[in-house]
Design a protein around this ligand. Sequence first.
Ligand code: GLU
Length: 278
Amino acid sequence: MIVTRFAPSPNGPLHWGHAYSAIIAHDLAREAGGKFLLRIEDIDGPRSRPELADEFRRDLEWLGLEWEEVPAQGTRLASYEAALERLDAMGVLYACTCTRAEIAAAASETGPEGPVYPGTCKHRGVSADAPAALRLDVERALAPTGPLTWTDAIAGEQAVDLSRLGDPVLRRKDLPASYHLAVTLDDAADGVTLVTRGLDLFHASPVHRTLQALLGLPVPQWHHHALLLDEEGRKLAKRRGSPAIADYRMAGEDGLGWADKLRTAQWPCGISLGKAHI
Ligand code: GLU
């Protein structure tokens, strides 16, 4: 059975890009007689505004979607901790005390997540009581697994190549897990078989594939869809003024009509669809 999910973070209202993503995940599951899940990704510290989760549910209902809601990330902290302990016992983690500014100064290239971490803390001792993030030592992690691949429904089979990411953070200094760790564990725990999300996270999937190999988790398929873009060709973002769909809902607009427009590639004013491949 196909299980898809929509996993919004409650740190800003949903915009048309979120609506598009949710509709794709919903319809892929529905067409296959599968399940569509909603998971609130609420461990983003002070940026997280739990009251937005109710707004999200109202937005999805307004769009005519039906879902099964699974527990929010905030209830799953013990599973993140347990996975970090297992990875630590495998010797594939190291503590990192670098600040963003130090990383920017030390990096010689920029990848899809910003300056590529050059491994500074891997090669030096870090004091046990300094606040530290935990990073995955990719070289060590991939040594026992051998070459890995992952499959995107649109782009096809991909080799896992983490060279443009640097060693990813799995536990942040200020949070019990990073996005990469939490989403991989949650998708496995929720039985997600088709991870549907925007192309802006295409680069993240090889990290998740690596964690699946290390932790013996089931390997889903991925479906990275094209992004909705604003007038300047940038992906939609609330901080850049992309309209919130809640505004349309509260203005009494027809949500089912809007959902059908998105399904048939009729975009709201000023919005267009980006390219379908990375
Ligand atoms: N919570 C993430 C976001 O709102 C989505 C993560 C995912 O779909 O993997 O961007």
